[in-house]
Design a protein. Structure first.
Length: 892
């Protein structure tokens, strides 16, 4: 709107189409609105909270100045346009005269960049020059002595004199503002303000000049200048209102602009032009000559000053360059890295002092030497490659590593980074930055070793092993070679830890690592996967036999007793093997070796087992059984069956053996051989055994009470339970709670128990014996190391394993082993039970051989307790007694 207003005014004035009177009244209203708008806008700018406090303060002053101007405009509109008067001084002048000082204060209030004292002095002088020159021209054009002389009226005089003083004041303000604010601070706001002040001053001066020469008429270009001045303030205020950046934050740039430099010279030129004009207007030739000469001299002085300034600038650039070169030199001299300048043929031309720290040689001593000669022989090719790459023009950041001897003649690893500056005239060589990285590389290697090796044994860890297997697997696929992975798990390592302590346990693990290491070749990998789990990767193997042989070697190596100060420990291990063909990926190979190891454990430990595809299902089933077993105990899913043991002479039931069955909710009845080994491994066999003891003794006592006949019951006790300190208590509890006489209890232990830990269990067996309980050695004949111990053992019964019964089928053949065992029993005064009798011929043979007792399907299978009760009561008779010709003959 303001712009449109100004445009109309300009067109009206320029075209000269309207009458003088219309133009006059139009021009009187012209300033009215713009000055009011300028005031409002300036006030608005001062309310912009984003701005610096001082900027806002400045705009407050400017708003006040514009308000004063508007007051002047309004008053003059009333006086000239409405009252048709043209007084020399009026109330309007109060507004106009207060405008300049207010504006000056405003302009001076703007913040400015921080400056040095020298800069402030220089700026002060520049301002003084500009203000003096402008004061001079204002005086020259706007005021003159005769004009003052003409004004008799004091107010008119004051107005006449004040106007130019005000102009000088605003010029002062804007010059200071311009010179103080440099670079980005001198934004469009400041430019608009400067132009506003200049256009106002120019209009004022021209006005005064025209008034003096009586050529002034209202509504001319002077009015356009005044309106323009107001519009520029409006524009500046508008921009300032929208400004978001805080001016004081930008106060950093101090570089003076060209306009700022030229401003004082422009002022001087203005002053001189007035001087020259006056001189030429005068008829005094002398004066003309003097003035022209003075002008020329001044120009020369200015030119000289310009030359001096340029020289100063050049000198300061040179001194800055020297300073930065010194700084660089100090950096190079004190740097820990060696900086050297080297010729393309590796001759050293310069080396920084830190070279002495690295090599023990002074930098003068190395000048002329060739780098390549000091490099470790094995690293020379790396160094040659480095310099070849660096010799290429423009080569940048070429890297190379090699060893060099230090002052103590030790080899140090160095990292070298080179830049080719052969084309740079100041260097013209290869610049190489050399750093000693021996320690850091050692640390790096150590950390890497730690990350990939087991800290206890020093052999590879799981991560490195997996990585090796992956690589070997890929290579084997490529060159059709064969690899194998062996998972080695120590058997019962937990016992070693528990009984000997962890420090011995650690020693054992170290010894295992060592012994396993002796069983493999150099290219193979041995790793500890954690705990007592080791793994071996065999590469380039000939065939499956080689792997089996290696596995067997490992088992043998571990079996050798480990002897230390306080113990002799013999180790067993279960090994799972998977070959290259047992998996599609390295991962599968590892998993399958693990599965095979698991199977090796479940098959009785101390063995190596090769992976077969059906193992997964078996392992899975095992895991399921394990989970189900735990539940079975809680949910009472176990029952006992009883199998009669018969006196072979009489055919009478002498005792029974309690045999456990698992009534599985989905699988039906599960036989003991499918779950007892798992129960043993998981330790669940202890609570199961406890339950069997209680149930069997309770049942025996119940039969006794129900039938009036006592019957001995045999209970199988697992090896694990035998080693458990609670066993004796468990037996006592069972007897106490059932009320069964101990002599009616028989504890069956398997012969295999004696193979490993005879010494430890003898006291336990003695204690059982002392309690009045009988002991049977079950499955006799399947083990092979027990014979020598038999005498020392407190046993009463030998149970010949059912596998021997086959020898008794052919009446012609001589059952040597059975006879030997029966005789052995007789010698040791033990009763002998033959297990697994299925046929009458076997009974006959056994009778002939003098065997006391028999047990087997021929008599009866394991049956429920109710059937045993019927046998006891005589309501049912055992097979054999009434089996016709095949029946067991009654005692003669
Ligand atoms: P075992 O103690 O030697 O028990 C004899 C096994 O031979 C029983 O197998 C029995 O059913 C079987 N048997 C008896 N007569 C014949 C026959 O004429 N022919 C054939 N082929 N087999 C016959 P079962 O009940 O399957 O038990 C197997 C093994 O499980 C037992 O061998 C014993 O070592 C163990 N076991 C059974 N019950 C328990 C228990 O409660 N606790 C513990 N720890 N082990 C038990
Ligand atoms: Mg048994
Ligand atoms: Mg048996």
């Amino acid at each position: 709107m303001v712009g449109a207003y100004a445009a109309i005014l300009f067109v009206t004035v320029a075209s000269g189409a309207v009458s003088q009177e219309a133009r006059e009244s139009f021009s009187n209203t012209a300033g009215l609105f713009p000055s009011l708008i300028a005031s409002c806008m300036a006030w608005g700018a001062s309310r912009n909270a984003e701005l610096d406090m001082r900027v806002r303060q400045a705009w407050r002053w400017i708003a006040l100045a514009c308000l004063a101007e508007w007051f002047g405009d309004s008053a003059w509109f009333v006086i000239e346009t409405i009252l048709h008067q043209k007084p020399e001084a009026s109330i309007a002048d109060i507004g106009y005269l207060s405008y300049s000082p207010l504006l000056m204060i405003g302009l001076l209030t703007f913040p400015h960049a921080a400056r040095s004292r020298f800069d402030r002095l220089k700026m002060g002088l520049d301002v003084a020059v500009v203000v003096c020159a402008s004061a001079m021209s204002v005086w020259y054009f706007a005021v003159s002595a005769d004009l003052i002389a003409q004004r008799a009226h004091l107010a008119a005089f004051l107005v006449t004199v004040s106007q130019p003083i005000g102009d000088v004041a605003t010029l002062l303000g804007v010059t200071v503002l311009w010179l103080r604010r440099s670079g980005r601070m001198r934004d469009r706001v400041i430019i608009a303000l400067a132009l506003a002040v200049v256009s106002n001053v120019v209009s004022n001066v021209v006005y005064a000049h025209q008034v003096r020469s009586d050529s002034y008429a209202s509504g001319g270009f002077i009015d356009v200048g005044w309106v323009l001045h107001r519009l520029l303030i409006v524009l500046a205020a508008f921009w300032q209102r929208a400004e978001t950046a805080n001016v004081s934050e930008q106060a950093a740039s101090t570089k003076p602009s060209l306009i700022a430099i030229l401003l004082p010279y422009a002022a001087i030129a203005l002053a001189y032009s007035i001087l020259l004009q006056e001189a030429f207007a005068s008829s005094n030739t002398q004066l003309k000559v003097v003035v022209v000469s003075a002008t020329v001299i001044t120009v020369l002085v200015v030119l000289r000053q310009v030359a001096a300034v340029r020289e100063n600038v050049r000198l300061s650039i040179v001194s800055e360059a020297i300073k930065s070169a010194r700084r660089l030199e100090a950096l190079v001299q004190n740097s820990l890295d060696v900086v050297s300048v080297i010729d393309v043929d590796t001759t050293i031309r310069y080396a920084s002092p830190s070279l002495a720290r690295l090599t023990g040689l002074s930098n003068e001593a190395v000048l002329g030497l060739k780098v390549i000669d000091g490099v470790h022989r094995d690293d020379r090719s790396a160094a040659i490659l480095f310099f070849a790459a660096l010799a290429k023009e423009g080569a940048l950041n070429v890297r190379g590593e090699w060893r060099m001897r230090d002052s103590g003649k030790r080899w140090r690893l160095t990292e070298n980074i080179g830049t080719n500056l052969t084309t740079d005239a100041t260097v013209s060589g290869l610049v190489v930055n050399t750093r000693d990285i021996t320690e850091s590389r050692e640390l790096e290697n150590q950390l890497r070793h730690q990350a990939f090796h087991d800290s206890l044994t020093g052999i590879a860890n799981r991560q490195l092993f997996t990585d090796r297997v992956e690589h070997a697997f890929m290579r084997s696929v490529r060159d059709r070679s064969t690899i194998a992975v062996l998972f080695v798990d120590l058997d019962n390592f937990k016992n070693i830890n528990d009984s000997h302590g962890h420090s011995i346990g650690d020693d054992v693990l170290k010894a295992v690592a060592y012994r396993l290491g002796t069983c493999i070749r150099d290219g193979d990998t041995l790793a500890r996967l954690g705990g007592d789990e080791f793994a071996v990767l065999l590469e380039d193997i000939g065939g499956a036999e080689d792997v089996d042989a290696a596995a067997q070697r490992m088992i043998e190596a571990l079996r050798q007793p480990l002897i230390n100060a306080c113990a002799s420990i013999s180790l067993m291990a279960s090994i799972g093997i998977s070959g290259g063909a047992d998996g599609e990926t390295a991962d599968e190979l590892l998993r399958n070796a693990d599965v095979a190891m698991y199977v090796a454990k479940s098959e009785g430990k101390a063995r190596h087992v090769r992976y077969t595809p059906d193992m997964h299902a078996r392992v899975l089933e095992r895991l399921e059984t394990e989970a189900d077993l735990r539940r079975a105990l809680e949910e009472n899913q176990f029952v006992l069956k009883y199998q009669p043991i018969v006196t072979l002479k009489t055919g009478e039931m002498a005792s029974v053996e309690a045999l456990i069955r698992w009534e599985h909710p989905t699988r039906g009845q599960v036989q003991p051989l499918s779950f007892i080994p798992i129960a043993e491994e998981t330790g669940l066999i202890i609570p199961i055994g406890r339950w069997v003891l209680r149930e069997a003794t309770r049942q025996a006592r119940e039969w006794q009470l129900q039938s009036g006949r006592a019957l001995r019951v045999g209970v199988n006790i697992s090896t694990k339970h035998l080693h458990e300190p609670s066993l004796l208590d468990d037996i006592r509890d069972a007897l106490t709670s059932s009320g069964l006489d101990p002599k009616y209890l028989l504890i069956e232990i398997t012969e295999s128990v004696l193979m490993t830990s005879t010494v430890e269990i003898i006291p336990v067996l003695n204690e059982i014996k002392r309690m009045g309980i009988s002991i049977a050695l079950d499955d006799f004949g399947t083990g092979y190391s027990s014979l020598s111990y038999l005498q020392q053992l407190p046993i009463d019964v030998l149970k010949i394993d059912k596998s021997f019964m086959d020898q008794l089928v052919d009446p012609q053949a001589d059952p040597v082993l059975v006879r030997v065992i029966i005789n052995l029993g007789a010698t040791l005064k033990l009763r002998v039970v033959a297990e697994g009798i299925e046929r009458f011929e076997q009974v006959e043979q056994l009778q002939r051989l003098g065997c006391d007792l028999g047990q087997g399907y021929y008599f009866d299978k394991p049956v429920p307790s109710s059937k045993i009760l019927r046998y006891l009561r005589g309501s049912e008779v055992l097979n054999g007694v009434h089996a016709g010709e095949r029946s067991l003959p009654l005692a003669a």
